[in-house]
Design a binder for this molecule. Structure first.
Ligand code: PEP
Length: 245
């Protein structure tokens, strides 16, 4: 399975960041990566980014609305992302679940909207610190798979990002043993939820991945790539993570 290294820029970056992105694309042209590479910049940069790095790095959105169009001020549809040059979209990021009160059911609808528009959906799941401390991490993640991942998920159009909420942007990463155990659980759950396709859906780990820990994490069983936040904003760090595949 070819790994996927995806960068989530969150609400960071203006046009001034584009030369950085172009330099990264240039480096990858000189040294073809052993992974698919995706950057999800803010909506405002999508078309410009797609024009600069097309072919070398794929471009994705960070969220989409579950409907194709309509009176939803401030929202962006999957068709609009596609039109702007995106090939993927992140749905159900814990920051959307937390600050925008997105439920598992809404996340599943957004994944279906992404597929209807021809986009790959990167569906995020992961437990909070309180849930882990209470010994409920496995139960929470299992529930999120059942409710956030539509059973029609296919490997060509879906990736799952396991992102323990307490590891996002905190500098804390889950231990290799915990990551391997959770990815094994996710793989099993996808097998029963999505049938044979569940075996081939890429499972990304996310949560404070950086150049120092990427190699060990990416070598774990059932880890088929990474969703990288903070470290994706620095071209050298993101490149180092890509190189550690
Ligand atoms: C993320 O935003 O999905 C993420 C994993 O962030 P960070 O790498 O900064 O923890």
């Amino acid at each position: 399975m070819r790994p996927l290294i995806a960068g989530n820029w969150k609400m960071n970056g203006t046009g001034q960041a584009l030369p950085r992105m172009a330099a990264l694309a240039e480096s990858l042209a000189n040294e073809p990566p052993r992974a698919d590479v995706l950057i999800c910049p803010p909506f405002t940069l999508l078309s410009r980014a797609a024009a600069i790095i097309a072919g070398r790095i794929a471009i994705g959105g960070q969220d989409c609305h579950e409907r194709a169009s309509g009176a939803f001020t401030g929202d962006i549809s999957a068709d609009m992302l596609r039109d702007a040059g995106a090939t993927s979209v992140i749905v159900g990021h814990s920051e959307r679940r937390r600050y925008h009160h997105e439920t598992d059911e809404l996340v599943a609808s957004k994944a279906e909207a992404a597929w209807r528009a021809g986009l790959t959906a990167i569906i995020c799941i992961g437990e909070t610190e309180a849930e882990r401390d209470a010994g409920h991490a496995d139960k929470v993640v299992h529930r999120q798979i059942m409710a956030s991942v539509p059973p029609a998920a296919r490997s060509a159009t879906t990736a799952i990002a396991y992102e323990p909420v307490w590891a996002i942007g905190t500098g804390k990463t889950a231990s290799p043993a915990d990551i391997a155990a959770m990815h094994a659980l996710i793989r099993d759950a996808l097998g029963s939820h999505c049938g044979g396709e569940g075996r081939d859906i890429r499972l990304l780990y996310g949560g404070s991945v950086n150049p120092a820990n990427a190699r060990e994490i990416l070598a774990l069983p059932n880890v088929n790539g990474a969703l990288v936040g903070g470290a994706s904003l620095k071209a050298e760090d993101f490149l180092a993570i890509i190189r550690s595949v």
